[in-house]
Design a protein. Structure first.
Ligand SMILES: NC(=O)c1ccc[n+]([C@@H]2O[C@H](COP(=O)([O-])OP(=O)(O)OC[C@H]3O[C@@H](n4cnc5c(N)ncnc54)[C@H](OP(=O)(O)O)[C@@H]3O)[C@@H](O)[C@H]2O)c1
Length: 256
């Protein structure tokens, strides 16, 4: 799916999507300290939406908190953003985050399961066991932890859109990144299955962000990563697509 066209009287899905995009939302993004998650957080804040973000590097989290405040300076929601130190691999930490947000009445309208990691380029038999485990624990189990604790909260609220960040390598494969490919194919499968479990009013999609110059891309592409777009140029397109998602998209595999 490409960025939806502006609403027209004859296109019901786009009318719904357009109306939805105009509302101010609370968006939970995992993995906000750098790369795509950070750029998306800043873009959404600039548009007036409230961002709840998490990742693990404390100094990057505190600088993001002030960058978000500046991005939404002219908006009435200035300083309402919440940035937390949460490791998505920890089921209990994600559970604590969900509990916290319920207490603060900051239940997300949209969740972007973005936190992810990749193995260093290596053939599968050369990938250290702990590296394989980290990829699986973050990309699959981290996503599942968020689904486990936030879907019930969204069901209670009777609405919610969940975006599981996938990859081109969740739909194709490459040498040297087998653990990562396995994890992103799992994200696609997980998304399709969960879509069948959600009640009306909710949707979950898998979203391939494209190929963007981030630390992750530098890890697998080396210096060629510089040939690809920056996260800052990607974020406006991604934000528009995500804000236009509706329940009609449930179960879809989309690409920015
Ligand atoms: N860049 C691309 O071309 C591309 C292509 C396809 C898919 N993707 C996907 O897009 C997403 C973002 O990738 P990126 O390129 O922006 O990668 P990145 O620059 O490496 O950023 C990854 C982010 O995830 C966070 N993170 C990692 N492990 C975490 C954990 N256990 N708990 C919480 N946060 C964690 C990192 O923060 P801390 O280390 O501070 O926790 C960081 O903020 C990933 O899911 C990736 O697989 C990227």
């Amino acid at each position: 799916m490409t960025t939806p066209a502006p609403p027209t009287a004859t296109n019901t899905m786009n009318v719904t999507g357009g109306a939805a995009a105009a509302q101010l939302r609370t968006v939970l993004i995992t993995g906000v300290s750098r790369g795509l998650g950070k750029a998306l957080a800043l873009e959404l804040a600039k548009r007036g939406h409230t961002v709840i973000g998490c990742s693990r590097t404390p100094d990057r989290l505190s600088s993001l908190q002030s960058e978000l405040a500046s991005a939404s300076e002219s908006m009435s929601n200035n300083n309402k953003h919440l940035i937390m130190n949460v490791d998505v691999r920890s089921n209990s930490s994600v559970e604590g985050l969900a509990r916290d947000l319920v207490e603060k009445k900051a239940i997300p309208d949209i969740i972007v399961n973005n936190a992810g990691t990749i193995n260093r380029n290596n053939r599968i038999w050369e990938v250290p066991v702990d590296e394989f485990d980290t990829v699986i624990d973050t990309n699959i189990k981290g996503t599942a932890n968020v689904l486990r604790h936030f879907i019930p909260v969204m069901i209670e609220k009777k609405h919610g859109i969940i975006v599981n960040i996938s990859s081109g390598w969740g739909r194709s494969a490459a040498a040297q990144v087998a653990p990562y490919c396995a994890s992103k194919w799992a994200v696609e499968g997980l998304t399709r299955a969960v879509a069948k479990e959600l009640p009306p009013g909710m949707a979950v999609v898998a979203l391939n962000p494209g190929v963007i110059n981030t630390e992750m891309l530098q890890s697998c592409f080396g210096s060629s990563a510089a040939l690809y777009p920056t996260p800052e140029s990607w974020a406006p397109r991604a934000a528009t697509l995500i804000l236009h998602l509706t329940v009609a998209d449930n179960g879809a595999s989309l690409t920015v």
